[in-house]
Design a protein around this ligand. Sequence first.
Ligand code: ADP
Ligand code: MG
Length: 628
Amino acid sequence: MSTQSSRIQILPKTLINQIAAGEVIVRPASVAKELIENSIDAGATQISLEVSENVRDIVITDDGCGMTPEEAPLSLQRHATSKISTLEDLIEVKTRGFRGEALASIAAVSRLNLVTRTPDSLSGFRLDVEGGEILKSQPTGAPIGTSISVRDIFFNTPARLKFMRLPSTELKRLLQVVTQQALSHPEIGFTVLSQKRKLLELPAHQSLEDRLRQILGSSLEGMLLPIEPGNLPVTIHGFVAKPEASRKDRSGQFFFVNRRPISNRLLTVTFEQAFKGVLMTGRYPVCAIFVFLEPDELDVNVHPTKEEVRFQDERKVGGILHRVISETLRKANLIPYSRLPETPGESAGEKKTAIPASGGFFSTPQRAIHEQFRKKKDAFSHRQTDLGFYEKTKPDITDEIPPRHKFSMPQPQPDVSSLEKESPPVFPQSSEDLRETISQAEPMGQIAGVYIIARCGDGLLLIDQHAAHERILYNRITSRKTKPDVQNLLLPITFEIEASRIPEMQEIMDDLLSFGIELERFGGQSFVIHTLPADLADMDAVALVKDILDAREDMGKDRDAVEARDEIAKRMACHGAIRAGQRLSSEEMTSLIKELSSAALAFTCPHGRPTMILMSKSQLDKQFKRIV
Ligand code: ADP
Ligand code: MG
């Protein structure tokens, strides 16, 4: 028995690292993410990536603080980190990495060279590693900073390799990772090169707004609304784009907690809820939202790569996010100005952003910064914010942040030339003034029985009469505090429904009653309507009830009670509103415009479609080529 060797054995180090890699390094994009985070933690001001055609080779170069010849081999060991040493540190951790296993994991599944040099040393140091084993280490000439070349990713883990998708898919994921990191640090320059082509080139020292625009494209011109954080217990910064800039998927949504890119269902859902009623279903709003919390208010360790966070107080974070976003949208001028095609060459094309050449990485001022990094090696976590890269241009906003949350996000610096093109100066920019101008618009008639045409200041106002009335009615229905005045029907309306819908019908009767529609089962499949809200007594109540039943079917079983009531309100507004094709008197048009101009969320109907379109005189002039 004693001759037999134990069946329990310690696994070889390489295997341990490969197993650990399985958790964090699942695809080339994860390699990029970990390496970029390390470069950011190293205080880099410029990070460049080069990716091979098959996306299995990645070279990353940074101008950060580098490593000494003693530190370099240590960095490849598991649980080797310069970022935490106590449990308290773990709770307080402000840097990107902290598990101390990313480099070890990457090295375990690739062939890796690391070249690094600190600002203090005269030469650099090079390590050649294969499958986690250091094959060679020697001094070498090198610029200050770190360059890590990872080749043949997953060469020794065939199972992982099999799970790699098409190179184009892997490259896309890698670019998503770079984009997220680049948005969280607009002061750092980023480039991504593949097959000699520059896929991404983001200059250093950008404002968040400029970076967002460059990343998401010229369609965001004039579309970004800065979030005003206010003086709330959770600080939220960033930008949301106007509803018109929405997308058909969530690819334009970026969330960060304490500057770490994360995904969190609560944030996504709450953010989208704030757009309810200003966005059509199936459209997704665009944003870059930065939430700041005390480290003890969240747990970032739930996910090995820290992409998910858990909040101590979900309701607080969600509530404040909702409030801040709704407020931003409410204050913004959400009226859709007309977007007629412009003359070629006028500005319709992509706005080319001048990108400075990325030479001069190691110029004197930057070297001074590295010197500073080295001195701060102990206080690693403070490197980024102490450098003063983020110039405050709007102290009034940042000053509202309680001191514990002080950080200095670059404030928006509007590109005047492009903004002016978007927002015609003829119409007032403030929401209140604009509403005032609209309230005085003079209706001139209807077009096709659908649109009201009106003179509005020096411009033209077009209104969708049905959508506009829907908005007014919806606001009235949902803002009632008590049951509305009802009209008893002299001739109660009787109707039948399919037997299968009877249970559903019985479920909605209480809700309908609270909205002023009293229904009674008449026996068999028959129901009778006794009352209607006094102000909506003309609507086709039977069509409404059937429509509500259909809507409930579409919503499925997991609808919530609030949503279901909201749906009833929307349907009532729709059935009660002026139809397309209905002729309106001048007085009716005037009062519709007046009521609309003072309605909350006046610029969209409850389904998110526009209620009106404004065209300024300057836009008309442009169309008629009166000005160049
Ligand atoms: P962690 O980031 O969790 O500390 P890693 O395995 O990613 O663990 O990195 C280990 C250590 O190697 C880091 O703590 C850091 O000291 C050093 N390091 C890694 N990448 C760089 C870099 N680009 N520049 C300077 N130091 C680095
Ligand atoms: Mg790391």
